[in-house]
Ligand binder design. Structure first.
Ligand code: FAD
Length: 306
């Protein structure tokens, strides 16, 4: 059995693996896609000490760093169930295999919810974006839309309005759902238009995004907005389906963790985008993975027989 078994090989899982292995304990990482969301990222400019890099390159560097240590890396493995136990906790894999460990770190990350309209997929990283903190500066002075009028959409619109030339916020419902204080702030901004009761039907473009079409749901009329970027903010979905009923989750499906990354199940820790830790970013997930590994190590020295 492992001392620490990490499920998920994104920035959080990779950092946890390095920190655990450096304690000289038996460490394994099982993941579906080593690198995680970073593999889908074009440019990264906000990982401190690396001024500029590309997602796949960064993902490769994560794996190289982990391979420098005595870590059992199990790629293309998808976990389907977690079975808590007294001494050993079990992780069952889709492949039918099962892994046992004295402690577990869950770092299965999250995924942005897609809007599934024509153009979204074609223009990903060519004007279609999901993360204002990451990609906002690429649209400096340009026109963008934000789709989604919940807290994250309205926060994104406020954030982007300070960088880009103009923001169009599009909400499907008849009213925004964001907190009143955010809505007040949004209304005070001169370079923001808000359309409610509006259904995005298409993102248009040639090589890159050049516009967006929405349907005015009151009249049924189709309207076109010319712009260079579209930020989709209709939710971030944590990859926790396999943990329901076993580990405490919030109503949004995030794993509830304490300051050390401990979950509701003794010996089970979690880190990164899959947890309640706010602000989903690479550097935050990596720091969080390091913290969970130290949390798990601390748990082991208190509970394992000498
Ligand atoms: P993830 O990166 O999501 O990794 C999750 C890991 O778990 C993967 O290995 C996955 O295969 C695995 N996994 C999932 N489910 C299972 C399962 N059931 N069994 C086994 N393995 C599983 N952040 C920045 O800081 N800067 C940026 O410029 C930036 N740009 C981004 C651009 C895009 C397009 C996207 C999508 C995100 C971007 N982010 C950026 C956010 C950043 O990528 C995430 O915050 C970060 O990757 C989170 O790391 P994580 O390790 O928590 O999870």
């Amino acid at each position: 059995p492992f001392d620490v078994l990490i499920v998920g090989g994104g920035p959080a899982g990779a950092a946890a693996a390095v920190y655990a292995a450096r304690k000289g304990i038996r460490t394994g990482v099982a993941s579906e896609r080593f690198g995680g969301q970073v593999l889908d990222t074009l440019g990264i400019e906000n990982f401190i000490s690396i001024k500029e890099t590309e997602g796949p390159k960064f993902a490769h560097a994560l794996e190289e760093h982990v391979r420098d240590y005595d870590v059992d890396i199990m790629n293309l493995q998808r976990a389907k169930a977690l079975v808590p136990g007294n001494d050993l906790i079990e992780v069952q894999l889709e492949s039918g295999a099962s892994l046992k460990s004295k402690s577990i770190i869950i770092s299965t990350g999250a995924r942005w919810r897609n809007i599934n309209v024509p153009g979204e997929h074609e223009f990903k990283n060519k004007g279609v974006a999901y993360c204002p903190h990451c990609d906002g500066p690429l649209f400096k002075g340009k026109r963008v839309a934000v789709i989604g009028g919940g807290n994250s959409g309205v926060e994104a619109a406020i954030d982007l309005a300070g960088i880009v030339g103009h923001v169009t916020l599009i909400e499907f419902d008849t009213a925004l759902r964001a907190d009143a204080v955010l809505q007040r702030k949004l209304k005070s901004l001169k370079n923001v238009d808000v359309f409610t009761n509006a259904q995005t039907t298409e993102i248009t473009g040639d090589q890159k995004v050049n516009g967006l079409v929405y349907k005015d749901r009151a009249t049924g009329e189709l309207k076109k907005v010319e712009l260079e970027g579209v930020f989709i903010q209709i939710g971030l979905v944590p990859n926790t389906d396999w943990l329901k009923g076993v580990v405490e989750l919030t109503k949004h499906g995030e794993i509830v963790v304490d300051a050390r990354g401990q979950t509701s199940v003794p010996g089970v820790f979690a880190a990164g985008d899959v947890t309640t830790v706010p602000f989903k970013q690479i550097i935050i997930a990596a720091g969080d993975g390091a913290k969970a590994a130290l949390g798990a190590f601390d748990h082991l020295i208190r509970t394992s027989a000498p």
